[in-house]
Design a protein around this ligand. Structure first.
Ligand code: 5GP
Length: 206
């Protein structure tokens, strides 16, 4: 169990819920928030840049990261390994920043164990139709590929109720405002504000 210095936000969602766009917009709007770049053994997709979207690696290197305890959590997702680097998170906290992890439900469980004060958020699409529509978006995919994506999305959604907050991404602007509101409320919680405003409290009571 570890006490984080900054706030640790964990965001999960089935693919097709619009999580990545929401998180990117949030990080762009909030200089105190740092997105952790995960390590993965998945091959880069066209347009993905090493060190920006992921730290792309191979299985032996990933196993070395695990063995040397350089990962705060790791999981096998859709046949590929993914993990959160410890150094990045610790460095962000040392700089007084909050950290956001975009990970799956298995990783979220491990982070909850390690950082009991973390704040976990699950994002849902507004309906089954909209989810299926988004999962079928690349018109040339086979029925088998689409069926696998749907099964994977269901597997993630099954764990939604383990999370502290639930956002329905019907309209981007509204979902973004919801996400920003959670971050803001957490920063105003007594757990954070109590120690931060201890001097003021003392002065007012003195
Ligand atoms: P994709 O390969 O489509 O970018 O991501 C597939 C899944 O892996 C998503 O659900 C994503 O949240 C999850 N994922 C990405 N990075 C990590 C990580 O560092 N740890 C865990 N546990 N899951 C991750």
């Amino acid at each position: 169990m570890t006490t984080a210095v900054g706030n640790l936000f964990v965001i999960a969602a089935p693919s097709g819920a619009g999580k990545t766009s929401l998180v990117r917009a949030l990080v762009d709007a909030d200089p105190l928030l740092q997105l952790s770049i995960s390590h993965t053994t998945r091959a880069p997709r066209p347009g993905e840049i090493d060190g920006e979207h992921y730290h792309f690696t191979d299985v032996p290197s990933f196993e070395r990261l695990i063995a040397s305890e350089r990962l705060l959590e790791h999981a096998l997702v859709h046949g590929n390994h993914y993990g959160t680097g410890r150094d990045q998170v610790e460095m962000a906290f040392a700089q007084g920043r909050d950290v956001i992890l975009e990970i799956d439900w298995q990783g979220a469980r491990q982070i909850r164990q390690r950082f009991p004060d973390c704040v976990t958020i699950f994002i849902l699409p507004p309906s089954r139709d909209s989810l299926y529509e988004r999962l079928q978006k690349r018109g040339q995919d086979s029925a088998e590929v689409i069926a696998r994506r749907i099964a994977n999305a269901r597997g993630e959604i099954e764990h939604a109720t383990e999370f502290d907050y639930l956002i329905v991404n019907d309209r981007f602007d509204a979902a973004f405002a919801d996400l920003a509101a959670i971050v803001r409320a957490v920063r105003l919680s007594m757990r954070i504000q109590g120690p931060r405003q201890a001097g003021l409290l003392q002065q007012l009571l003195g």
